[in-house]
Ligand binder design. Structure first.
Ligand code: HEM
Length: 517
């Protein structure tokens, strides 16, 4: 049987040097005069926001002048017309010194929404992660070839290199704490990343209407998230890390693969067995519709909001950002691929089809179990597990970060003394105290007292919930991610699934450490 050719990075718009980042610095502004109104609005964005005049320039309905070209560009890139990881991380950087490296000592952002250095740092740490991880792609492809050559010695060497790179990713990730203040991130930056899916409480029950696109129907598109990083997906695929819907833990067979039997229930709604087997890694995506991307959703009528990625009813054959991908794969993680540029998504599909490292190491491990072990097999298992362990450590640190940057901020609430000012919150507090001054004086409330320029859109201090991350139920803190996930259980499971992908599993000690919340 002839083997499928290995992917060639450049065929998928991936640079061997810069990975998923473009090899050239991204354009700072669009040169054509046609785009001048966009560029102009964006140049004045922070001023317009401060002066509470942004709504005079930007409506909630996306006008055709924006929606049509945006959709066209998105179609060309095979990405979604919404703020994405690609837009704010991969294509939003410049080098301070042109001959210097793509690292945190030499990167700046092209654009931010809040105008804060915290937001820049938030994006740039992730850009630096993409840059640091770039060499891992060729190493993964070489490893796959070494498996095909039945060359465990070469593979061991290559895996050592990969482990070193993942360690570096963790080191860069930890630098987030240096210059991105959790308070600023949560209250001032994150609202812009929210997208318009699951945003009923923020006043967008149907998403946003794109005038002139698909008969002006509403689109519900998820917010930007580094869960859209092709790099992390590539690592999962390479090492056979399988993700399942939250609360859905399939039994593994001897080779460590899911055999399709569901262990427990899915969010209390599904029980019994999952339809479709989860053989091999992320095969849900492999069978997705890489080219259907934008079209899948663009043509769809607005459907009922769905807030849960754990619901088995979503595990149907639907293949668009609005639905799951028809397997026991984690729907949220699979859905995030529709928010990647098409070539990168296609690369992941191709990679999935040729991934063989885990099977090779598992087979060697079986040899050992049957009394045919060797020092080389031991080394191979060890270094493979070390790579997986580093991915798990990455997720440990990430959970700590999410706890600090989201859960704790959501629980604490906004702080007026922190330098911010929430007009709507003040107006509501005034109501609570029975001192609605403007009403008492018979005056019309001024523009700042009715929330036209809320600087804390995530939560109104004394009022009804209004936002993204918040307590969903009294006494039960459920904080959701921009993608709508019940994020801590989702992230913990993702971490645990990584740990369980080791050939020789080790206990997940990190749970206590990472449960800061
Ligand atoms: C302050 C920093 C960060 C915060 C607050 C944060 C927040 C989140 C949240 C809330 C999710 C859940 C998905 C959702 O519902 O939106 C998520 C997922 C994810 N994030 Fe981050 N993130 C941060 C930094 C990063 C960085 C730098 C990376 C590096 C690429 C990253 C990679 C991921 C990945 C891969 C997932 C999917 C879950 C998984 O694979 O385990 N995040 N993040």
């Amino acid at each position: 049987m002839s083997l499928k050719n290995l992917p060639v990075l450049t065929d998928y718009d991936i640079s061997p040097v810069t990975g998923f980042l473009p090899a050239e610095e991204p354009l700072e502004v669009l040169p054509d005069a046609y785009f001048a109104p966009w560029e102009e609005t964006f140049r004045h964005f922070n001023g317009l926001l401060l002066a509470s005049r942004i709504r005079q320039r930007v409506q909630e309905v996306l006008p055709a002048s924006l929606a049509v070209p945006w959709q066209k560009v998105a179609d060309m890139l095979e990405i979604q017309p919404v703020l994405t990881h690609a837009a704010v991380v991969m294509w939003n950087w410049r080098l301070l010194y042109k001959d210097g490296p793509r690292d945190l000592n030499n990167l700046d952002t092209l654009a931010t929404l809040s105008g804060s250095s915290d937001e820049s740092w938030f994006y740039l740490v992730t850009t630096a992660i993409e840059a640091t991880g770039a060499p891992v792609l060729e190493k993964i492809l070489r490893s796959i070839q070494l498996v095909r050559n039945d060359d465990p010695t070469g593979l061991i060497q290559e895996l050592h290199g990969i482990r070193g790179i993942i360690e570096e990713l963790v080191a860069v990730l930890r630098r987030m704490f240096e210059k991105c203040d959790p308070y600023v991130f949560y209250w001032k930056v994150r609202p812009y990343l929210a997208g318009w899916e699951n945003m009923a409480e923020a006043g967008l029950p149907n998403g946003v209407r794109y005038e002139g696109v698909d008969n002006g129907e509403y689109k519900k598109l998820a917010g930007g998230s580094a869960a859209q990083s092709s790099l992390i997906h590539a690592l999962d695929i390479a090492f056979g890390v399988e993700h399942h819907p939250t609360g859905f833990r399939p039994k593994k067979n001897a080779a460590g693969h899911a055999n399709g039997t569901v262990n427990g229930t899915v969010n209390g709604t599904a029980n019994g067995t999952a339809n479709g087997t989860a053989n091999g890694t992320a095969n849900g995506v492999a069978h997705g519709t890489p080219n259907g991307t934008a079209n899948g959703i663009a043509g769809a009528k607005t459907t009922q909001p769905h807030n849960s990625y754990n619901d088995s009813s979503e595990m149907t054959a639907a293949k668009s950002p609005e639905k799951g991908t028809g397997s026991t794969s984690n729907n949220f993680i699979q859905k995030m691929r529709f928010y990647m540029p098409g070539p990168h998504r296609n690369f992941l599909t191709h990679l999935t089809e040729v991934a063989n490292i885990r099977k090779f190491v598992t087979d060697k491990s079986s040899l050992k179990a049957n009394g045919h072990g060797s020092a080389e097999i031991d080394q191979l298992i060890t270094v493979f597990d070390e790579c997986v362990h580093q991915i798990k450590v990455f997720r440990d640190v990430h959970i700590q970060m999410v706890t600090l940057y989201i859960v704790m901020q959501a629980n604490r609430g906004p702080s007026i003394s922190h330098g911010g000012f929430a007009p709507q919150a003040h107006a509501q507090r005034a109501e609570v105290n029975g001192v609605e001054k403007s009403a008492a004086k018979g005056e019309q409330p001024g523009p700042s007292s009715k929330g036209s320029s809320i600087l804390y859109p995530q939560k109104i201090i004394f009022g009804a919930p209004h936002g993204l991350a918040k307590k969903q139920e009294e006494g039960n803190d459920v904080v959701r991610g921009t993608g709508g996930t019940d994020l801590i259980p989702f992230l913990r499971q993702s971490r645990d699934e990584t740990n369980e992908s080791k050939i020789v599993p080790t206990p997940t000690f990190a749970r206590r450490k990472s449960s800061v919340a």
